[in-house]
Design a protein around this ligand. Structure first.
Ligand code: PLP
Length: 293
């Protein structure tokens, strides 16, 4: 039940359908966002970093050469409207732009771009234990490539095939997440999260060559620097992770998620480290409106 915003109209959830010849369904070219609304202490429900998500959606569309038929302001309003109309206090939002069913074939320049925004309650991606104790991950046999188009600035549908296979592989081997390497063997990111490690008090994260320019990544870097930590972007190898003092993922869904083990090697003493905990607390304070963000 509830409503979905589709091409400028609010449509009942069950009627927000698309044709089987929808181009994006066949060839995978589409762009989307994962956004979250939190109940804040002073301002009711508020969408965390809405402007940044909408900007990234438009950048993704530009990279994919898809014409957006709405303005950023209209998309921002659509997201607020969907949360309000569905009476959601806390929500996950999914804006997506996709190519319609007006034509087939790879030459998609005459196709119309359709835009939708859905929102639903998605209380937590990870269990409270995982957030406190950390998760076990494994290096994936699937990789992130920065050969043709790096996809650091584009969150695009077709790109998620190796994320899905990587996650499936990790879950099947008793882990909770995957760590994808780039095509040179350096750490890139999780299936839908950015990666960080801490060594001797310094925070490291892969540079933006083979990972998404994550909005949570950016928020966490900003918070860490405000706390006086040094944050360095650099190439990270697997063995650096094995011997790190702390490691964690960041993402709209995962928030700040400690990692306690990679490939059967326990990271430090196998629990959430102090810097991870501090950044996690600050992140929750920011999304809940207890800190400026
Ligand atoms: N990396 C990938 C591949 C993702 O899909 C996501 C999620 O959007 C992230 C990283 C984290 O990005 P953000 O913090 O903007 O959600």
């Amino acid at each position: 039940d509830g409503v979905i915003w589709l091409d400028g109209e609010l449509v009942p959830w069950r009627e927000a359908k698309t044709h089987v010849l929808t181009h994006t369904l066949h060839y995978g070219m589409g762009v989307f966002e994962g956004v979250r609304a939190y109940e804040t202490e002073k301002h009711g429900t508020s969408i965390f970093r809405l402007k940044e998500h909408t900007d990234r959606l438009f950048n993704s569309a530009k990279i994919m050469m898809m014409d957006m038929p709405f303005s950023k302001e209209e998309l921002n309003e659509a997201q607020k409207l969907v949360v309000r109309e569905n009476n959601l206090n806390e929500a996950y939002l999914r804006p997506m732009a996709f190519l319609g069913s007006e034509g087939m074939g790879l030459r998609a320049d005459s196709l119309q771009t359709h835009v939708m925004v859905a929102a639903w309650e998605w209380p937590s991606y990870m269990s409270p234990e995982a957030k406190e104790l950390g998760i076990k991950i494994r290096t994936s046999s699937y990789t992130r490539h920065h050969v043709n188009i790096s996809m650091c600035k584009a969150k695009a549908n077709g790109h998620y095939i190796n994320s899905m296979l990587a996650l499936r592989e990790a879950l099947d081997s008793g882990c909770e997440e995957a760590l994808l390497l780039d095509n040179e063997g350096y750490v890139a990111e999780g299936s839908g999260e950015n990666f960080f490690l801490v060594n001797k008090g310094i925070i490291y994260t892969p540079e933006l060559t083979s990972c998404l320019d994550g909005i949570t990544r950016d928020a966490v870097i900003q918070m860490a620097e405000e706390c006086g930590y040094e944050v360095r972007e650099k190439r990270i190898t697997r063995d650096e992770v094995y011997v790190a003092d702390e490691a964690f993922f960041t993402g709209t869904a995962a928030e700040v998620l400690p990692i306690r083990e990679l490939d059967g090697r326990q990271i430090a003493d196998g629990r959430r480290g102090p810097i991870t905990e501090r950044l996690q607390t600050m992140y929750f304070d920011a999304v809940k409106g207890r800190l400026p963000n």
